[in-house]
Design a protein around this ligand. Structure first.
Ligand code: LLP
Length: 419
């Protein structure tokens, strides 16, 4: 489903014309569609209908409370990687028994809060972390339900910066060492080893790496059971890719079939941690053209959005389709142009020599597929306030995060008395 379409020559989010939102909140802003979130949720969840699966939305992809609530109302649990995200998930209405806490470096304070909240599972990624959790949980008189995240040494065949399942990555415990780790886990106070977790990377375009990783995990579950561990769950991570340009991501149905085949044979309950697949195509970034600059042999479209608002192009060379909000007339000429932001860095470039129809100064453009890892990765570099987020639902829209004022940014800082 595409919630962002031209109607009457103007790009809309569902039934709301984007210029109307721009007038109300100013640019740049992120805009999310409830219908698109709903469609992405159903595409994923329906593929697993009837399976023993909990879909724990990876909140890191888009942690706006309204987005989490939208998914929570449809049955999502949450995968969180910090106590901040855990509090968001709880505040958005996700019950603790549907929350998984992942991440390579949880502090003792974070683990204590998670244990006290009674969340479903804590995924540990190293022996020191396992021992720290043991001390924390035992100190609270609790036993924490634990998965060890294993590193299966599988190449996810995705961008090197978002690949996590190779031996050289910092993530998880080498799968060959897992037996010894589970033996220690079972002997530690405060720890209840209940699951095995894996996550090999993000924006995967092939199913084979998933299958290989899942099969390795299944094999490990068998071995662990023989060793006497009562493992009845598997956490198979996230990573399913989406279309940004012309990619052909694997079908949800095929992905679900692999999960079912691997987990069903073991009678395991499965948690999944999709992020991007649920929110990526449900959001856009809308920006105004400040200037059109004619360079020597190169023209630039200078926008009011910058790398601090949407980091993916400068960080991963990611492609985001850029469209004018005013629909180009039929047969309007397309010209290559560099689309850049106003930040003082060469890497503040969204697209190089992108063929675009003419867009005039003051007009709006939209970056598509910006719902995942957009707003959440933004910074205030160059003292640019974080930009607002807007959620559309049919013909309604609401500001779900307002733009802070520059005064608020300055107010968080202090000049010491000796100055
Ligand atoms: N589970 C774990 C343990 C993860 O580390 C991640 C993502 C996910 C689940 C969700 O993965 P997804 O379904 O969204 O692929 N900022 C990068 C992506 C980083 C992904 C980090 N981990 C980007 O903009 O492409």
């Amino acid at each position: 489903m595409n919630a962002f379409t031209y109607r009457g020559g103007v790009l809309h989010a569902e039934a709301v014309p984007l210029p109307r939102i721009a007038e109300s909140v100013g640019t740049p802003f992120y805009c999310y569609s409830t219908a698109a979130l709903d469609a992405a949720w159903h595409a994923f969840a329906d593929a697993f209908a009837g399976s023993d699966v909990t879909i724990c939305y990876a909140v890191k992809a888009n942690s706006n409370l309204a987005v989490i609530r939208t998914l929570a109302q449809r049955g999502a649990g949450a995968d969180v990687v910090s106590v901040g995200e855990m509090r968001r998930a709880l505040a958005a209405g996700i019950p603790p028994e549907r929350i998984v806490f992942s991440g390579v470096g949880k502090t003792a304070a974070e683990m204590a809060e998670a244990v006290e909240a009674g969340i479903y599972q804590i995924n540990v990624e190293s022996l020191p972390e396992l021992r720290a959790l043991s001390a924390v949980a035992a100190g609270l008189g609790r036993r924490a339900p634990v998965a060890v995240r294993v590193n299966p040494d599988v190449d996810a065949r995705t961008h090197a910066k978002i690949s996590t399942g190779r031996k050289e990555n910092k993530f998880g415990i080498d799968i060959d060492l897992a037996r010894a780790v589970y033996a220690e886990a079972a002997a530690l106070p405060g720890i209840r080893p209940v699951s095995v977790a894996v996550h090999i990377g993000s924006q995967l375009m092939e199913l084979e790496p998933f299958r290989m990783a899942f099969e390795r995990v299944a094999e490990l579950v068998r071995v662990l059971r023989e060793d006497g561990h009562d493992i009845r769950r598997m956490d198979l991570g996230g990573g399913l890719g989406i279309r940004y340009r012309d990619e052909a991501p694997p079908s949800h149905g095929e992905y679900a079939r692999i999960v079912r085949e691997v987990a069903g044979a073991l009678g395991c309950h499965v948690t999944l941690e999709p992020g991007r697949a649920l929110v990526g195509n449900a959001g856009i970034l809308v920006s105004s053209v400040i200037y059109r600059k004619e360079g020597v042999g190169r023209n630039f479209l200078i926008l009011d959005a910058a790398m601090n608002d949407l980091m993916r192009p400068s960080l991963y060379d990611a492609w985001h389709t850029i469209v004018p909000v005013k629909e180009p007339g039929p047969g309007s000429a397309v010209q290559p142009i560099d689309v850049v932001g106003p930040v003082c860095e060469s890497t503040d470039t969204f697209a190089v020599q992108r063929p675009l129809p003419p867009v005039a100064e003051g007009e709006l453009v939209a970056f598509l597929s910006a719902g995942a890892y957009g707003a959440v990765m933004a910074s205030t570099y160059n003292t640019r306030p974080l930009i607002p987020e807007v959620l559309v639902n049919g013909s309604d829209f609401a500001v779900v995060r307002r733009r802070p004022t520059i005064e608020e940014i300055l107010a968080a800082e202090a000049i010491p008395a000796w100055l």
